[in-house]
Design a protein around this ligand. Structure first.
Ligand code: ZN
Length: 262
């Protein structure tokens, strides 16, 4: 069994066959956590999870890139969190990828993201839920804001080992997905203790290489889905030189403990 701890079946990319994809994953013993990026996608993640007795869960939150599209309303998210299927606040964090060029605008931009992030950390604390962190280029700022009061995972990790180590010391898990086929994260994978690793896909994005046979590529099927988590697990097994079964067993245990899903 494997758990895809960061999926987006709640996105429109899956509108044409969402139920089929979920059914196929559950049949293969792959559970998933669908993660919200704003109020609408969070609500959708909850609605999807509510349809399944077991194996499909939801995280709710406002992504830093959606900051201009939505005014964060803690009460609305609290209402969503009344569902038992909501197991985390996320994805939240800092994203300095598409940043303004002038110094003044950049400072404002970062400040706004940090404020939104802190509000959602407060919400997580209040609801006693773990957080799913998203971070691009802002690892040092993120580390400065966080402290041992929170628990959760830093998803789609792209930082270096020094940064990973700090997250681990604060009690966080490190989430690996198909980005490990694009960036060299081998050192981080090697050094992160197995009991601190979560695996994920971030589907429909980050499709691992060779996920689809050539024919499917030709008909345009390129979406990633939670089945891709197995390819991530296999790569980690290779880099750590640990049997795949052990990777599956421990990462599943980690996800169940963090998100309290059984
Ligand atoms: Zn995501």
């Amino acid at each position: 069994m494997l758990i895809d701890t960061h999926a987006h079946l709640n996105f429109t990319a899956f509108d044409n066959n969402r139920n089929e994809v979920i059914k196929r994953c559950l049949e293969k013993d792959i559970w998933m956590l669908n993660v919200g990026t704003n109020y609408d996608t969070s609500k959708k993640a909850v609605e999807i999870a509510e349809k399944y007795e077991k194996g499909v869960y939801a995280a709710i939150g406002l992504h830093p890139e959606d900051i201009l599209k939505e005014e964060f309303d803690s009460e609305k998210y609290k209402k969503l969190a009344e569902s038992e299927k909501v197991v985390a606040i996320g994805e939240i964090g800092l994203d300095y990828w598409r940043r303004p060029k002038t110094k003044k605008k950049l400072a404002e931009f970062k400040q706004k993201q940090k404020e939104l992030f802190k509000k959602q950390l407060d919400l997580a604390k209040e609801l006693n839920l773990p957080v799913i962190l998203h971070c691009r280029l802002g690892f040092d700022d993120l580390l400065e804001i966080l402290n041992t009061k929170y628990n959760g995972v830093i998803h789609c990790f792209t930082g270096n080992w020094q940064q990973a180590k700090k997250f681990i010391e604060m009690g966080f898990y490190i989430g690996f997905n198909g980005i490990i086929f694009k960036l060299d994260l081998n050192e981080v994978i090697k050094k992160t203790p197995l009991d601190k690793i979560l695996i994920e896909t971030d589907c429909p994005f980050l499709t691992p290489p060779n996920f689809y046979p050539e024919q499917s590529r030709r008909i345009g099927e390129e979406r990633n889905n939670p089945l891709g988590v197995k390819i991530v697990a296999r790569y980690i097994a290779k880099i750590k030189n640990i049997p795949l079964e052990k990777i599956s067993e421990i990462t599943t245990k980690n996800a169940k403990e963090l998100f309290k899903i059984f």
